[in-house]
Design a binder for this molecule. Structure first.
Ligand SMILES: NC(=O)c1ccc[n+]([C@@H]2O[C@H](COP(=O)([O-])OP(=O)(O)OC[C@H]3O[C@@H](n4cnc5c(N)ncnc54)[C@H](OP(=O)(O)O)[C@@H]3O)[C@@H](O)[C@H]2O)c1
Length: 285
């Protein structure tokens, strides 16, 4: 398939790499051009110099950029250049409102839009085992699904446009609470002078088990946060979820307070730290 790919960051670069390995004809574009040049050196394909060039005649346009404004800008520049009937698949984490707006704009000119946020992080993207939660008309989703299998293990259509982003909000709300609980548990263990390795061995296969405990306990104890999913991104995502909750009436008291804790982590210099850095603000004297 002829595919345009925009946004070669931590997530997009390895995702596009899997599409190249699957044999698709790729034209890639990134805001800072060096990443596109590096991609072509490693994986082949064409480095486009504009979004329009990456979109030109493509049957599928895949995006993994930063936020709502980035997606609006890229889709605006791409739409008229895509092949008729083309599908835009957006992996950026955005508001559901933006996804619905983009779906309407695409439909008005005979194209489709699939909001397809992901979970699984950098490691999931590199290993090609991401989870995709999608919002789309069934026909557009069906066309995207086969392509997505190149880098995703679990691919689910949740509902109409916007539903994928709402599911991603559910994911982030759940993670915020789990991480604060884990941070407090480790802080308590340290304050009580327990052997944290022994505690981990005892409790990590029981009812307190979680992906975060399995994958982050060790680095949290070491105070190492220079990797993973950045606090700045998490605040963007929690802001989106809290905004949505203000309009749908859901009550998110823990999510709101953890968002403020992350603001404190940012003020400590942790904007790019992994989200498990919540424990650092508890250690601060
Ligand atoms: N990292 C994760 O673990 C993770 C997990 C799940 C979901 N996400 C979501 O996935 C999205 C991307 O995350 P990431 O970690 O890959 O971020 P990232 O490393 O900052 O990558 C974003 C890429 O998009 C490019 N870009 C941004 N705006 C653009 C525009 N208007 N036109 C062209 N290129 C543009 C950036 O270019 P520059 O090089 O110029 O900055 C950058 O290379 C975010 O919405 C994030 O919330 C991330």
């Amino acid at each position: 398939m002829k595919i345009g790919f925009v946004g070669l960051g931590v997530m997009g670069f390895p995702m596009a790499g899997h599409l190249a390995a699957a044999g698709h004809e790729l034209a890639v574009f990134n805001r800072s051009p060096d990443k596109a040049l590096r991609f072509v050196l490693e994986h082949g394909g064409t480095a486009a110099t504009t979004v329009a060039e990456a979109a030109h005649g493509a049957e599928m346009l895949v995006l993994c950029v930063g936020n709502d404004d980035d997606v609006r800008e890229v889709v605006g520049q791409a739409l008229e250049h895509l092949a008729r009937g083309a599908v835009i698949v957006d992996h950026t984490t955005t508001s559901a409102k933006l996804a619905r707006e983009m779906a309407e704009r695409a439909e008005a000119v005979g194209r489709s839009f699939v909001d397809a946020p992901v979970s699984g992080g950098q490691a999931g993207a590199e290993k090609g085992i991401l989870t995709v939660m999608a919002g789309a008309e069934p026909a557009a989703f069906a066309r995207a699904e086969e392509m997505l299998a190149a880098y995703a293990r679990t691919i689910r259509r949740i509902g109409e446009p916007g539903a994928g982003q709402l599911a991603k909000m559910v994911n982030q709300i759940a993670i915020a609470g789990v991480l604060q609980g884990l941070a407090e548990a480790i802080h308590f263990a340290e304050t009580a002078d327990l052997d944290t390795d022994a505690v981990f061995e005892a409790i990590s296969k029981g009812a307190a088990q979680s992906w975060q405990m399995e994958n982050r306990w060790g680095t949290m104890v070491e105070g190492r946060f220079d990797f993973g999913f950045a606090v700045d991104w998490m605040r963007k995502d929690l802001g989106i979820a809290l905004n949505e909750a203000r309009s749908n009436g859901a009550r998110l008291p823990v999510c709101a307070v953890v968002d403020q804790f992350y603001a404190e982590v940012q003020a400590m210099g942790g904007r790019r730290w992994d989200t498990s850095s919540l424990v650092a603000r508890l250690r601060k004297s």
